[in-house]
Design a protein around this ligand. Structure first.
Ligand SMILES: Nc1ncnc2c1ncn2[C@@H]1O[C@H](COP(=O)(O)OP(=O)(O)O)[C@@H](O)[C@H]1O
Ligand SMILES: [Mg+2]
Length: 300
């Protein structure tokens, strides 16, 4: 069963189609990276999933049931924008208030559980206003985790975090997924997303452009040898002929060879057979960021 199954979802605001016939499948236990340019409809889709907005058309199923189903709704945790916290209250009291709103039983135990999950066991008595941005984001996740949801929907939760904040967030989300919780996370910080996502959905103009697993992305992102020589044009022409494909990276000026040869082999070939000295050489892999940029470029 899928955690989220969306068919032909539409949401209009006046004449604007924010979500326009979107299809989306999020398997249970996935960390689903939801990617798209600003204004492509990510937040709107997430709000529709969580029942914060009403669809104009289409269907949303969560764990096989309508997303309007009360039981399913209670199993969905959400962090869209910042958590509604009182700045003069302690972290603990903010969570206590939220737990009461949700009618959660054994609230002290539950608050301890979620604070532990977000690595904030020692910070319960801190006033919310004195927490760092990273802590505030984690408190938002703690809010969303009250009641032990099976699905967590997070809208840009790592924006503005420093490296350490990102690492902690990564650990938290991976732990949650390991425990069986499905995580839908939108972010434009693709380098971070790539470290944790098991699935991806790329949205454009309110439509799903592409969905894939991390393994499929990996297969679509070949490794390559990147090198520089004194004569880029000549070298590229030679490599193109020998290896079938050789591109020049406009930004770095590197020539790239994709056929799977090792850096040593390519360098040796150029020097021994063609008399061309290689000045720099490395092996690299296409990143999610580059894949995404290429995909966006193709569509324009
Ligand atoms: N409440 C709203 N009223 C009118 N237009 C909206 C509203 N919410 C979103 N939009 C529009 O819908 C489109 C998608 O927005 P959004 O879902 O926030 O995109 P994203 O999260 O991918 O940046 C944008 O053009 C945005 O301006
Ligand atoms: Mg958004």
């Amino acid at each position: 069963m899928n955690a989220i199954e969306i068919v032909n979802l539409t949401k209009t605001f006046g004449a604007k189609r924010a979500v326009d016939g979107l299809n989306m499948t999020v398997p249970q236990g996935a960390i689903y990276g939801f990617i798209g340019e600003n204004g492509s409809g990510k937040s709107t889709t997430e709000k529709l999933i969580c029942g914060l907005l009403q669809p104009s058309g289409g269907e949303i199923k969560l764990f096989g049931k309508s997303h309007r189903d009360q039981q399913v709704r209670s199993q969905t945790g959400v962090l869209i924008e910042s958590p509604g916290c009182f700045s003069d209250y302690s972290v603990w009291n903010n969570l206590k208030l939220q737990a009461a709103n949700l009618g959660i039983k054994n609230e002290n135990e539950e608050i301890r559980r979620v604070l532990h999950l977000v690595r904030m066991d020692g910070a319960a008595s801190n006033k919310f206003k004195n927490c760092s941005l990273g802590m505030k984001q984690r408190i938002g996740i703690a809010f969303a985790l009250l009641g032990n949801p099976k699905l967590l929907v997070l809208d840009e939760p790592i924006n503005g975090l420093d490296a350490d904040g990102m690492r902690i967030m990564r650990e938290i989300l991976t732990d949650l997924a390991d425990s069986g919780c499905t995580v839908l996370i939108s972010s434009h910080i693709l380098g971070e997303l790539e470290k944790i996502a098991t699935h991806y959905g790329i949205i454009r103009n309110g439509q799903m452009l592409k969905q894939m697993t991390a393994a499929q992305l990996n297969a679509d992102c070949p490794t390559y040898v990147a090198l520089k020589t004194a004569d880029t044009d000549k070298t590229r022409a030679i490599l193109q002929q020998t290896y079938g494909r050789a591109d020049v990276d406009e930004q770095t000026g590197e020539i790239r060879v994709y056929n799977g040869s090792s850096a040593d082999k390519v360098a040796n070939y150029l020097f021994a057979d063609c008399g061309i000295a290689v000045t720099e050489i490395r092996t690299a892999k296409i990143s999610l960021e580059e894949y995404y940029i290429n995909l966006m470029r193709e569509g324009k």
